[in-house]
Design a protein around this ligand. Structure first.
Ligand code: SF4
Length: 308
């Protein structure tokens, strides 16, 4: 089922006559866009009075299901989104999947994120209604996007604006970085934010006695130079701010089939080489045996210890 903003606006009059219909639960997958704005959607919909039903966190079974049901050409985060949506099918009659065009004015998002609602409708073919909105900072700020979505869903302008403000406050600022020399885990927010993907790596590094920090989520701050993809540019900006006195090494978690990573990794490597900071990339796909990454992590940490 297709639900564009225009369709939602047309429904507003009918829905306002039936408040129960307005407040039907909405499904939120704990995947992909969930990690781009942690806490945002989980706050926004309940603030409007819409209960949220979340998919279960990623497990090995989610990964296996993603490989089975999703397009082979998709990258891992998009495959995982499909598996999380399948978890919601039958539990809710509508889910939210935004079309993500830009997370920061002057930048653009990965083209795969611009096609998300279409890809989901093609994949699930009427098993639930797909509620969507365009997230495009080049056209309007996020607060306006949220308020317009609330109105399109049939809520009063004042309630929609209040829910938008509440959601943005809940999404909040990232934690301050820890003190001391440490390793940096680098990657797109949906790779770093998914505990199933990153915790074995963090645990292993901690076992090896290595302090580790995940790159905080956030949009790039400066102008595109040279990357225009928002999450890739955010990574490059963070790497340019590193020094070898504070950073012992960088481990990038990259998704198999990620076009942005394959282009941007050259810039990451060159930036870190110039700063004298060791760098390693680990590729994640649905076949990745996370325990099998231990050997590579040990070798990386040992090689740095050997250089010191
Ligand atoms: S940037 Fe890469 S990992 Fe992220 S959605 Fe695009 S292709 Fe997938």
């Amino acid at each position: 089922m297709r639900t564009s903003l225009a369709t939602l606006f047309r429904r507003t009059r009918n829905a306002s006559r039936n408040p129960d219909s307005l407040r039907r639960p909405i499904g939120l997958p704990q995947a992909l866009f969930h990690f781009l704005h942690p806490g945002l959607w989980e706050t926004f919909f309940p603030a409007l009075g819409m209960p949220v039903v979340r998919s279960a966190p990623t497990t090995r079974a989610t990964l296996e299901r993603a490989e089975l049901i999703s397009e082979t050409e998709h990258c891992l985060p998009v495959k995982l989104l499909d598996a999380h949506l399948e978890d919601l099918a039958g539990r809710v009659d509508r889910v939210f999947v935004p079309r993500i065009l830009s997370l920061r004015r002057g930048f653009i998002s990965c083209p795969k994120l611009a096609a998300l609602p279409d890809a989901v409708r093609a994949q699930f073919r009427g098993r639930f209604e797909v509620v969507t909105t365009d997230m495009d900072e080049n056209r309007r700020p996020l607060e306006q996007t949220l308020a317009e979505l609330g109105r399109a869903l049939g809520f009063a302008p004042a309630d929609s604006a209040a829910a938008a403000r509440q959601a943005l406050a809940a999404a909040g600022a990232p934690d301050a970085p820890p003190d001391g020399k440490r390793f940096l885990l680098l990657g797109h927010p949906y790779n770093l934010g998914d505990a199933y993907l990153t915790e074995p790596i963090v645990r292993k590094l901690e076992e090896l006695g290595v302090a580790v920090e995940r790159l905080p989520t956030g949009p790039p701050r400066g102008a595109p130079d040279p990357l225009r993809w928002d999450t890739s540019a955010h990574m490059l900006e963070a790497l340019r701010a590193l020094s070898s006195e504070r950073c012992a090494g960088v481990i990038q978690l990259t998704s198999f089939n990620c076009g942005c990573d394959s282009m941007a990794s050259t810039y990451y490597r060159e930036t870190l080489k110039a700063a004298g900071i060791p760098y390693m990339a680990l590729t994640l796909d649905s076949h990745t045996a996370l325990a099998g990454l231990d050997t590579r992590l040990e070798a990386f940490v040992d090689s740095i210890a050997g250089r010191a």
